[in-house]
Design a protein around this ligand. Structure first.
Ligand code: ADP
Length: 614
């Protein structure tokens, strides 16, 4: 067995042998001391003293080998074989000194109790060696035999019956000890081998987990890039189509344009779903709890789907908020909206006649928690009982014909479930085929006061901002997006100056003042983050490192002690992108493709100079 064991296990055995040495040496020191103290009337005290001295010398030598081992075991010059040989030599030396007790000291006295004392000491030391020496069978066997063999021979040489009996018992004892050594060593070897395997497995797991983390990171990066690349042209497609619909008169062209608009909006919602799902999978999607007006949020959600339900499909859409549901709550309004919109849209999609109904009830109110239950009921096609669990799995649909007839990817409910769980709640469904379905989401919120709600944008100011004409600097490298933003903003009668990258924007800003800057993030020459940081440094009168001296001076002169609002307009829509923009010094963030209304809302919520002046 010994030959087959790997070197690492062998090294561990040697290490355990050396570790067991201090207690063994301590016991070996105590026994000769007891002899010297209690055998005062020993006939030849000098011999006993010499034996004890030899014992002590052996103990010191073995202690030195242990110290040497501890010192060298981490060094490059350390050789395991050498450590093993040294240990075995020490063991042989110690055992021979013990063995000499029966050969040399034992015959010097006739005292039976002294004989018994020697006898029992030798047996005790031999049997005690199993625990400290049996990690290597040869070591323990050598020790036991060298200690007990001299006593055995002595007993058989006297030819006295009682001595032969003792000798026979010693043989049985030796055989028993050798068997136990074997048992101990084999078991210990198994444990060490298992430990070795467990360590190797752990190491493999660590490597695999590192690889998985790296792959996940690569996936997130790929998603972020893909999202950016797809959103950039989508912005232009959706925006231009909207403009064309607003401006056009030909009903046939309007019909085609509406199809393009709906399809691109569907495509965008699919991209958003995939992105959301990946964010949840990567643990990147965070819940953002803030005070909000739940009643208004529900009304707005209903307004969003009313056109789809009523005008397009002729369905009734109703909602009911129980009287004990508070108006002000703390929760993630956007994620709640996402879940409810998904459920309502599904209800509308899978219902051909009848009604869709959203109800909000209060399950439990306590001082520090508030459980609300949202129920979306429809009178649609329903879901077969056995499919009611799997529809919450990603990419799962009730059956393939569903995809053909109603479209969809099967991601919506998987995202809803994850979002409900992230908010601390859950989602379940009950449904009867051909009669309809009810999706139920119990979700915890925190109660708060109406006074905790953020102030709604001042309507007068909003109107004022909408009516005023802002001077804006658009920093955007993509031509199609520049054209689109220009058309949207000029349609609102704002004045627009364009820059193709961050550096060009800085040059313009060193000469001209704007009400706000619309800043793309990923651009050649100088990106939006750097440009924003340079603007903020200039405003604070600090040195501007990234540009030449002349431009830095001009920027400083022009921008010092001002604050130009900067709105990020970017296709980077992964988690953390908004925070990155704000950390770079931007004031707000708009993900592409944007809706013209969203931009107007940002303008109205910001204290833009023009709106204050007017
Ligand atoms: P998608 O609607 O994009 O396919 P979802 O995850 O939202 O993905 O829904 C998964 C499946 O669950 C749907 O394809 C449909 O089979 C079933 N389903 C969801 N909501 C309803 C509903 N209100 N009525 C009937 N079936 C539904």
């Amino acid at each position: 067995m010994h030959d087959k064991i790997p070197p690492s296990v062998s090294a561990k055995q040697i290490d355990l042998l050396y570790k067991g040495l201090p207690p063994a040496l301590f016991a070996s020191t105590l026994i000769p001391i007891i002899f010297l103290v209690f055998l005062q009337d020993f006939p030849e005290p000098k011999s006993l003293l010499t034996w004890a001295g030899l014992m002590l010398l052996g103990i010191i030598l073995r202690a030195l080998t242990a110290i040497h081992y501890q010192k060298t075991k981490q060094s490059d010059s350390f050789k395991i074989k050498q450590a093993e040989t040294l240990f075995i030599a020490g063991v042989a030396l110690g055992a021979m000194t013990w063995g000499s007790l029966s050969w040399w000291i034992y015959p010097l006295t006739d005292n039976q109790s002294t004989h018994f004392l020697f006898f029992i000491s030798l047996l005790g030391v031999a049997s005690g060696s199993i625990a400290s020496l049996a990690y290597r069978r040869i070591t323990a066997n050598l020790f036991i035999i060298l200690i007990l063999a001299p006593m055995l021979i002595r007993m058989f040489r006297t030819h006295e019956k009682s001595d032969i009996a003792i000798g026979s018992i010693i043989i049985i004892y030796i055989l028993y000890l050798l068997k136990n050594v074997r048992f101990f060593q084999e078991n210990n070897e198994k444990v060490l081998l298992l430990e070795e395997k467990a360590l190797a497995r752990e190491e493999k797991l660590k490597i695999a987990s590192k690889k998985a983390e790296a792959a996940n990171l690569a996936k997130s990066r790929f998603l972020a890039n893909m999202s950016h690349e797809i959103r950039t042209p989508m912005n232009s497609i959706i925006g231009q189509t909207r403009l064309a619909i607003d401006e056009g008169h030909d009903p046939k062209i309007q019909f085609h344009l509406n199809i393009i608009k709906n399809s691109s909006e569907n495509l965008l919602s699919l991209i958003n779903d995939i992105l959301d799902f990946s964010k949840i999978e990567a643990g990147e999607l965070k819940i953002d709890n803030k005070p909000f007006d739940l009643h208004i949020a529900i009304q707005l959600i209903i307004e969003t789907v009313r056109v789809l339900a009523g005008d397009r499909k002729g369905l009734q859409l109703a909602y009911n908020i129980a009287s004990d549901v508070p108006q002000a709550v703390i929760g993630d309004k956007q994620r709640l909206r996402q879940v409810l919109l998904n459920l309502l849209n599904n209800g509308i999609k899978f219902t051909d006649k009848g009604c869709i109904d959203l109800s909000v009830t209060c399950l439990e109110t306590m001082a520090d928690s508030l459980w609300l239950q949202f129920e979306v009921r429809d009178t649609g096609i329903g879901i077969a009982f056995e499919k009611q669990e799997i529809i919450f799995d990603e990419f799962a649909q009730e059956d393939d014909s569903s995809t053909k007839q109603y479209g969809g990817t099967g991601l919506g409910l998987a995202i809803c479930k994850q979002l409900c769980q992230l908010m601390g709640g859950d989602i379940t469904v009950t449904s009867t085929p051909t009669e309809g379905s009810t999706f139920t989401c119990p979700i915890p919120f925190l109660p708060c006061q109406m006074s905790d709600l953020p102030a709604e944008p001042n309507q007068d100011k909003k109107r004022q901002t909408q009516n005023c004409h802002l001077s804006l600097l658009l920093v955007e490298d993509n031509e199609a997006n520049r054209i689109l933003t220009r058309m949207v903003l000029e349609g609102e009668k704002h004045q627009l100056v364009e820059a193709h990258d961050g550096l060009q924007a800085l040059t313009i800003l060193s000469k001209q003042t704007f009400d706000a800057v619309l800043m793309d993030v990923q651009m050649p020459v100088m990106d939006g983050y750097t440009a924003t940081q340079m603007i903020r440094l200039a405003e604070q009168g600090k040195p501007i490192p990234e540009v030449d001296k002349q431009l830095a001076e001009k920027l400083g002169d022009h921008l010092y002690a001002c604050h130009t609002p900067i709105i990020a307009m970017t296709a980077n829509a992964m988690s953390g992108d908004k925070e990155k923009c704000l950390a770079a010094g931007m004031d707000d963030y708009l993900a592409k493709p944007f809706h013209p209304g969203e931009l107007a809302e940002i303008f109205s919520s910001m204290s833009l100079k023009s709106s204050l002046k007017k």
